[in-house]
Design a protein. Sequence first.
Length: 525
Amino acid sequence: MEHPRGWSWQDRAEGSIARGAALDPGVDPVEGIRAFPTAYLPDRMLITEHPDDENGAYDRDLKALMEAAGAFGWRLQVEEDDVLRAGRRPNTLPDVPGLHRARLTTPDEPGAGESPVAPDAWRVLQRARKITRDPMPRAGLEHVLAIDPVGLNPFTRTNPFTRTNPFTRSNPVRGAGAVGSDDYMEPGRGGRQPIAWIGAAPVRTADPETGRRAVVAVLDTGCGAHEWLPDSIVTRTVELDGTPIGLTGADDPEVYPDLYGQLDGEIDAVAGHGTFIAGLVRQTAPDADILSIRIAGSLGVVDETTFLRALAAVVELHRRFVEGAEGGRPIDVLNLSLGYYHETPKDGQFSLLLYELLRTARRLGMVVVCSAGNDAIDRPSFPASLWAWPGADNGLSTDKAVPLVSVGALNPSRRSLALFSNVGPWVRVFAPGAAVVSTTPAFTGGTQAVTRDDVGDLPRETIDPDDYRGGFAAWSGTSFAAPYVAGKIAARLDDLPHDGCAPAAVVKKATDAVLKELPPVAPFG
């Protein structure tokens, strides 16, 4: 495997360090703020600004944050004028608030106040809340999202109390095999492994004469080369005003399977993830077009600003199409197989920016489909839980926009939920997501076949567990249940007008029909 030209050991070493820190909710507690663990960038903060804010709320929050940072001997400097509108027309998504990113730094010379240590945005935010005596939902952390096939979330897989439990990891009855959700990581029981596809490829009908094809946008790791996914079906470079949306560097996890990991010979955790999702959309909606937008690398982590910027650009593309403005293009379904857990997910304690972006998309007729997560918990994840689910305490009300669909995973029998799948009343539906088969780039890794015994000129060996040159694999995760639903919805959106989208009532009817086809699941709790 060749690395991108010019890459050195320093580049690979830097890339192997997972971004983000784990939040300790016990640090600097504030009365009335009940916090939970999350992953965030400790030297960054995000501040939203509504044009119609009264009493200078943005200026007030910024002043409080600067004062709080100064109390620790740190400095807070706004780094981005507007993350969502940089380099774009001033009327871009006018109903969505602006977003400013700020950086925390330590002065070269210690000044008055407490001794400076490594900056920590959480401590600054909590101190500012004490100053203002307000939850300050417009100011927040920059979270780190995870693209997470089962068992690979870097922020939940290092728990020392579960990962080295001597009573589960060496069960003498089962041997040294995996137990619990880890069972899905084993090849043959749901873990990623090569598969031989012997059926026909999905059949695509001729271009419609009077309308257009449905379009599914996938924000993920990109899309690699595969015979099922030619450029006539998958758009791999998507631009807004001449600027590419998402990441465009040489470190493409759909081309280079082992970018990070110190040359360990192991295929990276999410390399090929986006190609796998595109293949699922291809199978469930053969006539749909796919927009593939890369926002994550091989470690599967995404800075919140990278995600929000790409999401805003995608929504803006669709807005321009709907309104007949120049430079627009249709997006009927948006697949988001990623997420994070907010530290204060209750009403009035978190920014509504992500919700407002997604609501704008849905009001424009775009169905948003989100994976629920693979941590086998019922804690609501973002963005999957950003809707008015039964018993929700997030302050969101029911709206008339097309749905946001949060998807958990079913086992292959479709008669039971996958053990790894997150659950709860915020999960709207469950779809096949364990041991599903789809497309993969032609990757090969360092693992070799267990046994080789050639006879003459005939190579003979057992299956090479990471030789994906056949182009197909089995894999598990709610990451793959979501595109199953996204594709099924897109397949029902036919005969779309060239210059517009299906009416909201038609989109809702198509979505409801797909959800009714899936096995019924009793309400949680």
